[in-house]
Unconditional design. Structure first.
Lengths: 207, 207
């Protein structure tokens, strides 16, 4: 039987690179339409350019059950109106898969929402680990003035369901600026709670 | 349905601590009897005290399939005769489970052996990731003059089979000092290759 060769990668924090990895993607502001509350501010920022909001590099050895994917994400600092730059956010398509985030530099938050709409917020700085348990929708937020860089790992068969957030009109709360350097969570007026059948469908994806 | 709360931990590199974790264990020299080639040097070192060779702190959210365990290991620098300090080493009891090691400080090696006795060596320094694929026996080696500190993650249902190494008379190679600051791999005279039935039993643990 042929087995896979060990892999050595190097994490380059400032550049947000995983040298030796297998993949990379970027999300620009134009990829994040509909996520932010202030549509006028979104349009104005887009008109002045289309910045990279975040980039991910990873190593996907296989997509098989029992394997793991790891990588690095670098988020730019910035806001759309009062709202801090965020990732699209997702729940795992196999919703009982966890994820581990590890702060490398910058100041961020993990914004988490349970299927029935409970919000949790975990502050992430250098050397902070955030364990995202099974069944939590999660989105990263850069609340600092510098890049937010995190490494991460998750089970290779997790998959991502991004649409769960859009279907609910967003996450239940948004993270906005509070004074010059602070943040606060405010309710998202567009949020529509999931009904019992939708919540049940999330739990039914467990494997 | 009740779901697990998110967890925030802090990694303390110099101390080798995972603040907010759930477990800790230490291995002293006396726990590593039979691993090193030079029994006289082992006895002499033990007589002069019983040093902690390595300590591990981790967070085990659950032991369920699809979950992940993460933590930190700190290995002391040192040698038993010419042979550098090593961990016991293991293969996963469910052998198709991988492991990710991430160098935090110090200079180390991951010594890997396939079931049929192929050796691979991955050098690990700060910001190096070593991906240990399914089916590799693996052991960490501190080849530096300082503590070797690594963080790690692996599937929660992996389990550890430590005895596979002892049954073969050790790993196929040992890592010994080569000059003042170098290292080299030498064959382990006590090594007994696994026969085809033993190799088959390893692959049969896959889940």
């Amino acid at each position: 039987m042929t087995i896979m060769e060990p892999v050595r990668c190097t994490v380059e924090i400032e550049e947000g690179r995983l040298a030796g990895g297998t993949g990379r993607y970027e999300k620009r502001l134009s990829d994040l339409h509909g996520i932010y509350a202030d549509e006028a501010a979104f349009a104005a920022l887009l008109a002045s350019g289309d910045p990279v909001v975040y980039a991910v590099e990873d190593l996907k050895p296989t997509l098989g059950a029992g394997d793991m994917i790891f990588g690095i994400t670098r988020m730019a600092p910035g806001r759309v109106g009062e709202e801090y730059f965020v990732t699209r956010g997702h729940i795992h398509a196999v919703a009982n898969r966890p994820e581990i985030y590890y702060g490398e530099s910058g100041a961020g938050l993990m914004l988490l929402e349970s299927p029935d709409g409970e919000i949790r917020i975990v502050e992430i700085g250098p050397k902070t680990v955030c364990y995202v348990p099974p069944y939590w929708i999660h989105r990263s937020v850069n609340v600092g003035a510098e890049d937010l860089v995190m490494t991460f790992a998750y089970p290779a068969d997790s998959g991502q369901d991004y649409d769960i957030i859009a279907r609910a009109g967003g996450m239940r709360q948004r993270i906005v600026a509070d004074g010059a350097t602070g943040w606060r969570a405010v309710d998202n007026a567009a949020y529509r709670p999931r009904d019992a059948a939708e919540v049940e469908r999330v739990f039914a994806t467990a494997a």
